[in-house]
Design a protein around this ligand. Structure first.
Ligand SMILES: [Zn+2]
Length: 228
């Protein structure tokens, strides 16, 4: 005969609690999704990327790939995901004279996050993308739809955090920086740009967003941005 002990009486509650815990875990994981939305990667883009690696970064490579050690966070200064996609999609730059002198390779990034926090992967994580002078060869770029007139949203903050945690699990990421901070690396060994005059001034995504992002990522023990 089965004696109902206090422990057994409690067990259905324990089972229910465990089930609810599992459901809540599944729910929180379900909110992290990466949707592949690839931009054009063809022979021309690969050739221009290899040329950029060689001429700008001084690196001779056989494939246009990167070894990620850094994540650079951007905003698009374009208020639509579709228009941003159309800007990044062609292999070559169209008419941006501030950039074409250095290379005709179009700008892009590996990831693009919409205002509602939806994450799109435009290129494989380790495929070369032109998004930050001096550091592309080791940096994964995350673009966020927004700009100075459309501050990045809470949903984008959360999505950046989740995406960076995902990338940190896959690669030895040591730095997470805002694009506006990139020039602080000029005096470090990580900086690779052959032309000392090739610089652009950036304000994206700004200190306020990076402060919030860094606070949420404190436990990752990322390295601080070097002081100039
Ligand atoms: Zn940027």
């Amino acid at each position: 005969m089965l004696t109902i002990t206090p422990a057994l009486r409690k067990s259905p509650i324990l089972i229910l609690a465990l089930a609810m815990f599992q459901i809540s875990c599944a729910t929180s994981q379900a909110t992290f999704r990466i949707f592949d939305k690839p931009i054009t990667w063809n022979a021309e883009r690969e050739e221009l990327s290899l040329k950029y690696l060689k001429e700008r970064h001084g690196l001779e490579k056989e494939t246009a790939s990167i070894d990620p050690q850094m994540v650079v966070v951007h905003w698009t200064a374009i208020n639509s995901i579709e228009v941003t996609f159309d800007v990044f999609n062609p292999s070559t730059l169209g008419g941006r004279e501030d950039l074409t002198g250095a290379s005709n390779l179009n700008v892009s990034s590996q990831f693009l996050i919409d205002r509602d926090g939806t994450i799109f992967r435009l290129l494989p994580d380790t495929t070369f993308a032109r998004h930050v002078i001096g550091l592309n060869y080791l940096a994964i770029g995350i673009e966020n739809v927004g700009g100075s007139d459309s501050p990045l949203t809470k949903e984008q903050l959360k999505a950046n955090e989740k995406l960076i945690r995902y990338l940190k699990r896959k690669y030895p990421i040591e730095y997470v920086i805002g694009h506006h901070e990139y020039q602080n690396f000029q005096t470090t060994d990580l900086w690779k740009e052959t032309d000392p005059d090739y610089r652009t001034v950036k304000s994206d995504p700004g200190d306020a967003f990076m402060q919030k992002l860094r606070k949420n990522l404190t436990d990752l023990n990322l390295k601080p941005v070097p002081k100039l």
